[in-house]
Design a protein around this ligand. Structure first.
Ligand SMILES: Cc1cc2nc3c(=O)[nH]c(=O)nc-3n(C[C@H](O)[C@H](O)[C@H](O)COP(=O)(O)O)c2cc1C
Length: 325
């Protein structure tokens, strides 16, 4: 058992959260992670009320949380009301200013989790009265920014120690096994949030065609880009890009954003057809550098058990270094 402040605060067995991944983290995945001893988060994504209703229903009575893309949810705040009505354990906000929504989250009795990519984001989160900060490094799958997990996590750990010692810290970005979990704890985190690893699991909503490509890809084959946002017509704020597999679609459009924008409307239906078909070449395949660490599509429970067992073994082995045994 790895007991940390995170397991205590959330009342969970293992210091592992699953990321609220748009289009991948439904209620089944969130519930599976929670039942296996972590905390599962539904991915509210770009906001679709009927999808959210189905996701909470699929989670049954499991203690779960929910996450939103903040700038998108702010355009339709009734999604936050809808989500909080299900009494989630925690509500995670990423990619946007959490401050306007913090009081509502707290009033509903949910813990506020803010995912941050910079130290400036930490300041906003502290002003919002955040309970748990997720420091997301650039290795991450999906949207993110430029800082690497290796330096972002300890820098924020030091900042929190000085300024807000009761705020918990979770590391994200490139963590997919026990090595990543042990490293995150060594860097000063209280636990980890894993996205890509759970994207590639049985309970994920990711298309098997995309998961199959990820199994064959290594970390070199991913790239941060914006062509997937242009294709879908999402107006992401500056500073955020998305890590996906560097496939034919990305190579065709990433270096021609002007032309892509001009033609995106006309091309959208074909893009969406490719997404629905799990076409690995003509749609974004949403996985991070951790794709190089993923070899099987397992159940969420198997991933959690193995990750914790590996981390425990590593921590024990590192202890023997000091004793010279
Ligand atoms: C397929 C996919 C979709 C994602 N969608 C979201 C999202 O909707 N909201 C969010 O806050 N983060 C999202 N993320 C980022 C995760 O929250 C998390 O930071 C990331 O997965 C951690 O890095 P890892 O993928 O290396 O584990 C997504 C990540 C992936 C892989």
């Amino acid at each position: 058992m790895l007991n940390t402040r995170l397991t205590d605060r959330l009342g969970i067995r293992h210091p592992i959260l699953s990321a609220p991944m748009a289009f991948a983290s439904g209620g089944e995945l969130a519930a599976a992670v929670t039942h296996a001893g972590g905390l599962g988060l539904i991915g509210g994504g770009y906001g679709d009320a009927s999808w959210l209703t189905r996701a909470f229903a699929a989670a049954g009575n499991a203690r779960i949380g929910c996450g939103f893309i903040t700038w998108s949810m702010a355009q339709n705040p009734s999604l936050l009301d809808q989500s909080l009505a299900h009494a989630p354990v925690a509500l995670m906000l990423s990619f946007g200013d959490p401050r306007p929504h913090a009081a509502q989250v707290r009033a509903a009795g949910a813990l506020l989790i803010c995912q941050v990519q910079t130290l400036a984001h930490v300041e906003d989160a502290l002003e919002a009265g955040v309970d748990i900060i997720v420091a997301q490094g650039s290795e991450a799958g999906g949207h993110g920014a430029r800082r690497a997990t290796m330096t972002l996590v300890p820098e924020i750990a030091t900042l929190l120690q000085r300024r807000s010692p009761d705020t918990l810290l979770v590391a994200a970005g490139g963590i997919a096994d026990g090595r990543g979990l042990a490293a995150a704890l060594a860097l000063g985190a209280d636990g980890v949030l894993m996205g890509s690893r759970f994207w590639a699991c049985r309970e994920s909503l990711a298309h098997p065609g995309h998961q199959a490509v990820a199994l064959k890809s290594d970390g070199d084959q991913t790239v941060r880009q914006s062509a997937t946002d242009i294709a879908r017509g999402y107006d992401w704020p500056p500073g955020f890009t998305a890590r996906v597999i560097n496939n034919r679609f990305v190579q065709e459009w990433e270096h021609r954003p002007g032309e892509h924008r001009a033609r995106a409307g006309e091309l959208r239906a074909a893009y969406q057809t490719a997404v629905a078909a799990g076409d690995p070449d003509h749609a974004g395949v949403w996985v991070g550098e951790a794709t190089g660490l993923i070899e099987d599509i397992e159940s969420a429970a198997a991933i959690i058990e193995r990750t914790v067992a590996e981390a425990e073994a590593i921590i024990t082995r590192l202890g023997t270094l000091r004793d010279g045994r």
